[in-house]
Design a protein around this ligand. Sequence first.
Ligand SMILES: Cc1ncc(COP(=O)(O)O)c(C=O)c1O
Length: 378
Amino acid sequence: MKHPFSSFRKLFPILEHKVQLSSCSQSALSLPVRRAIDDYLEVWQTRGADWGYWMEQVDLARAEFARMIHADAADVAVLGSVSDAASSLASTLRFDADRHDIVTTTLDFPSICHVWLAQAPRGARVRFVPGEAGSSTATERIADAIDARTALVSVSQACYYDGQLVDIAATGRAARRHGAIQFVDAYQSAGAIDIDVRNQDVDVLAAGAQKYLLGIPGIAFLYVRPELAQRLTPTMTGWFGRVNPFAFDPQGLDFAPGAARFNTGTPPMMCASVARASMQLLNEIGIAPIEAYLAQLSDVALEEARRLGLSVASPASPQAKGANTAIRVPNAPQLEARMLEAGYVVSARNDVIRIAPHFYNTAEDVTGALRALARLVL
Ligand SMILES: Cc1ncc(COP(=O)(O)O)c(C=O)c1O
């Protein structure tokens, strides 16, 4: 199989001696990202403190994320983690007696479920749709669970465990039909799946930079549909959520227009430099061709796993899954370490090893990892 992005491999020095297939956890370090970190340190060392440079990096990162999801930069806030983004959204909601439910699934990332469960003292009740590993019916089951008591629907576009996909346009339509808001956790999809928040009619969407965005933790982007943002007032806030953060008025509380009202304290400036560089690279390549290539790698992974007799936890069809292919194994953390000894960076979760390629990986990377895994478990 031809690798359409082979010329980019030299930007990822680790690929000369390791096969990194852990984009569901931490993707590979690229030279542009390393340069961005060096530049940040150089500015710090030579200029001491440069608010202009820092804010520019945050604005550029915000703009790259907006470009990636086909949004305006004004509709994106910058926070520290996806959990913070969820908490911030939760802080805007009133869980009234007749509309207090949060619908999510047991396969959503636990941290986000914890944020919703923490709203119980404020009147919220979380209703979990049972998740099924390898399922391709989550969309319908989530949509069916939404009713007139639903305040919020929280879906993971691509599941952290088995990569199964949810059709966020369909669940969003169901939410809107019942007057609920939809929160999309795109941490396992942004950078690997082409998201179009306008075409897909997304209310609220969040993603961090560490996984398929080729960056590091410490920063997350929160998209809020502009008409919705104007109606929401977060109680989780800080000076960067003000109309003018530099007004230094301790007694005045205004809320910036658009998504900026969701900003809180000083933004993660160094992480923003990294995310700016990494998303610039992704946007130059284009997420649509990356998504198409990763679907081909899914096909390769599923076929090879079947041939080797490995137990696949992910959906059997490449159309129903993201880039991650999860293989059920005994003692996943130990196997992750043994795979590393064999030259493969993969990621353990619960009872699976996740093989999660990005555009810089080849079909041989994927088949090689599966064969190495088969040698260890079969
Ligand atoms: C789908 C998903 N959502 C949320 C998180 C947690 O994000 P954060 O640590 O930025 O809150 C993760 C982390 O792995 C994840 O995979």
